[in-house]
Design a protein around this ligand. Structure first.
Ligand code: BEZ
Length: 268
């Protein structure tokens, strides 16, 4: 599924696949942003973060991709996280040709801490036929333009924290993981903001298919922890008053941002 860093140099375009923070916090100098998915992996919050959502003394947790065949050998199912959809949804960015070297330098700084470079085939999502809840007409038109004239698969660079990297945590008890995320923060912000932003961004990519049960389960647990602690702090960290949309009780105790575009503007 993956190829090493020298595995595919034939294409003259540089595409990057984001399945975590890159979905709502794009790299610089991209000229196309295409929602879609990769297969053969499982996304899990099993990578320790010492540099963005935690510190060396108190690492947070961020997502990595695990090769599905390897994941199947792990005890994830007995940890109640047996849902692992065949598609890992995310976003592919095409980087402007004159900026590729600069962006690679930027990504080296942004994405280290255990992650290494791999290549994988990305499948663009078919253009949406209808406007989805929470997705404005203009946003949908932009998305459709981005999805035109693409081949069925695009070779993308992807950062993966493999099971041999020192930050890989292995299978995590979901409740302990949610509590860990709830209490962690680092130079890029709180860990729960990262988690909740990821859920919102995934839900908006290609509804109703692009959500991820592992992410939503962790979000639900974090929202319950926040309610139990009489919180409010976490929701305050995630949204600004003008962006909030209250989608109801339960899952949406944290009011959610109304669009990925707004998130990108805020997070840049
Ligand atoms: C991502 O968003 O895909 C990502 C970000 C940092 C490290 C690895 C992956």
């Amino acid at each position: 599924m993956t190829h090493d860093v020298n595995g595919d140099s034939a294409a003259d375009e540089f595409w990057l696949f984001g399945y975590g923070s890159l979905i709502w916090k794009p790299p610089p100098h991209f000229d196309r942003r295409v929602p879609g998915y990769v297969t053969g992996y499982v996304r899990r919050f099993w990578q320790a973060s010492e540099d963005h959502r935690g510190t060396p003394e108190a690492p947070g947790r961020v997502v990595t991709l695990i090769e599905r065949d390897f994941w199947a050998t792990l005890a994830d199912d007995v940890q109640h996280h047996d849902s692992a959809p065949d598609r890992v949804w995310g976003v592919a960015y095409r980087i402007r040709a004159d900026k590729v070297a600069e962006v690679k330098d930027y990504l080296d700084i942004r994405e280290i801490n255990g992650y290494t470079i791999h290549y994988t085939d990305f499948q663009p999502a078919p253009p949406a036929a209808t406007t989805h809840d929470g997705q404005g007409r203009q946003q949908q038109q932009q998305q459709q333009q981005q999805q035109q004239n693409l081949p069925p698969t695009v070779k993308t660079l992807v950062y993966i924290g493999t099971p041999t990297n020192p930050q890989f945590t292995g299978a995590q008890d979901p409740q302990a993981l949610a509590e860990h995320i709830y209490h962690s923060s680092g130079p890029s912000g709180t860990n729960r903001e990262y988690l909740l932003n990821l859920e919102t961004a995934l839900d908006a990519l290609a509804p109703p298919d692009s959500g991820d049960a592992h992410i939503t389960d962790l979000c639900d647990r974090v929202r319950r922890i926040d309610r139990g602690s009489g919180g409010g702090g976490a929701s305050a960290a995630v949204v600004s008053p003008v962006q909030e949309e209250n989608h109801g009780v339960g899952k949406n105790h944290f009011r959610r941002r109304s669009s990925v575009v707004e998130q990108e503007e805020t997070e840049k």
